[in-house]
Design a binder for this molecule. Structure first.
Ligand code: SIN
Length: 490
């Protein structure tokens, strides 16, 4: 196994990619108001600043996206694919530094951040290959003389609003699909993690993405978000974040009838049936639940285990989780970094306290970590009230486990949530896997796996987890609209 580069080396590479400016219409620029401080959540120090852009700058970015759109859309798919392929190559060449930048602003352990950079890049390479495959259809008409042609065309300039938990992957999943389709984009990254977005944009420019095709606007949600949702020039919004904010953005987009992709909250159930391979179930739980310190929308939020195997599963899970190393992102062997902010810690504590009050037990963890700051111990809970975890995402390193007695009970409890993003099940019975997988009310199902994220996999939810898909051919459809042309043949 190759050794991790030294922390000082990595931090220097990350800082070298840090740009304390916004990218508006192809120019790096400062803001008018006082800049936004970006924190390092592991050290609780200020890492740097980005501009707080005013409305005029955001309008410039939108107008540039509208100006750049016709040429970019008219290019051959092969040319757009080549730009994407060059972008991917530059990201690969800078992957250590980009991963360090993610660790600095998000707190993710560096090896995990490197995994995110590669995951992020997989969207770019996947969509680079799709750019020359945006075929339409010929359609038979009931009228003898008519032939109908259906073209797939880019929807236009789009806006994207992205979260802090995957500072790279949530951007490329949207941007690569948009650029592949021929759309241009104005991106508002999370104010907690804007530097990765800005570094990615710099590499996109170096790769030959034309001026104006990609702006990265930093600033207050009200100022920047409001301009993006209100502009008639922006034809679509893609948002990843909470259901509450998603609802508000959808309302703001209604007057201009924008297309919407809403990747919202989840409260994923994970079911371990009595015939499951328990080691596989434990590994799947750890991989899914503790990724990004539990700060993902797809991670299992409530775990249902058949009573017959519950003790065994809990014993193995507790042993495994109690060994997960918590620490600073550049320390070797660390797998759990800090939470993003104090609010995140409060929520985790609240869920543990409410579980204890409902009769649940803490099997490992359950408290802030001795490192202090934003670090929390990886935690396993047994019992309590699963309705709390069906209603609210914990967004932290807490695995609450509940018992069930029948398949029907497990599915009923799993589906008793307004959310429906991901769901996981562990069984050796293929019939049961198919039956339960089809019955679960979620957009993304993992069978015998706690990790389902993949550029080729359609990603998105049902119910209050939103609509639209990202990644895969379905994700591309979200950036395309169909135009029909009827030819009357003499
Ligand atoms: C998310 O949690 O929002 C995304 C996770 C993923 O892409 O795997």
């Amino acid at each position: 196994m190759s050794q991790q580069p030294s922390p000082n080396d990595l931090i220097a590479q990350g800082r070298a990619l840090m740009i304390e400016k916004a990218l508006v219409a192809g120019r790096w620029r400062d803001g008018e108001a006082s800049p936004i401080a970006v924190e390092d959540p592991a050290e609780e120090t200020v890492l740097g600043h980005v501009p707080s852009l005013g409305g005029a700058a955001v309008e410039q970015a939108i107008e540039a996206a509208a100006r750049a759109f016709p040429d970019w859309a008219a290019r051959k798919g092969k040319d757009r694919g080549a730009v994407l392929a060059r972008w991917a190559a530059l990201i690969e060449a800078n992957e250590n530094g980009l991963a360090a930048l993610i660790s600095l602003e998000n707190g993710k352990p560096w090896p995990e951040a490197l995994g995110e950079v590669r995951y992020a890049n997989s969207f770019i390479t996947w969509f680079a290959g799709m750019a020359e495959r945006l075929d339409g259809r010929t359609i038979e008409s009931a009228k003898d003389e008519d032939l109908i042609l259906a073209f797939r065309e880019p929807v236009g300039p789009v806006a994207a609003i992205t979260p802090w938990n995957f500072p790279a992957a949530m951007i490329t999943r949207k941007a690569a699909a948009a650029f592949c389709a021929g759309c241009t984009m104005v991106l508002k990254p999370a104010s907690a993690t804007p530097f990765t977005a800005l570094a990615l944009a710099r590499l996109a420019l170096e790769a030959g993405l034309p001026e104006g095709c990609f702006s990265v606007v930093t600033g207050a949600n009200s100022e920047v978000g409001g301009r993006l949702t209100g502009s008639p020039l922006i034809r679509k919004l893609s948002f990843t974040g909470s259901t509450e904010v998603g609802r508000r953005l959808a309302e703001q987009c209604a007057p201009t009838l924008k297309r919407l992709s809403m990747e919202l909250g989840g409260a994923a159930p994970l079911i371990v049936f009595e015939d499951a391979d328990i080691d596989q179930a434990v590994e799947g739980t750890v991989a899914g639940k503790f990724r990004a310190a539990g700060q993902t929308c797809v991670c299992p939020n409530r775990i249902y285990v058949h009573e017959a195997v519950r003790e065994d599963y809990l014993e193995r899970l507790t042993a495994r989780v109690s060994k997960l190393k918590v620490g600073k992102p550049f320390e070797e062997g660390v797998v759990i970094g800090p939470l993003i902010d104090a609010k995140g810690l409060d929520k985790v504590e609240d869920h543990i306290a409410r579980t204890k009050a409902a009769g649940g037990r803490v099997l490992t963890g359950g408290a802030r970590h001795e490192l202090g700051g934003r670090f929390f111990q990886p935690t396993v809970l047994a019992g309590g009230d699963d309705r709390l975890f069906a209603a609210e995402e914990t967004f932290g390193p807490v695995a609450p486990v509940f018992a069930f007695l029948s398949e029907e009970e497990a599915l009923t409890r799993a589906n008793a949530s307004e959310f429906g993003l991901a769901a996981f099940l562990f069984t050796r019975d293929l019939d049961r896997a198919m039956r339960a997988g089809r019955a679960l009310e979620a957009g993304i199902i993992g069978v015998n796996s706690g990790l389902v994220s993949n550029a080729a996999n359609p990603f998105g939810g049902v119910k209050q987890s939103g609509y639209g898909r990202e990644g895969s051919v379905y994700g591309l459809d979200d950036y395309l609209q169909v135009k029909s042309l009827t030819l009357a043949l003499g």
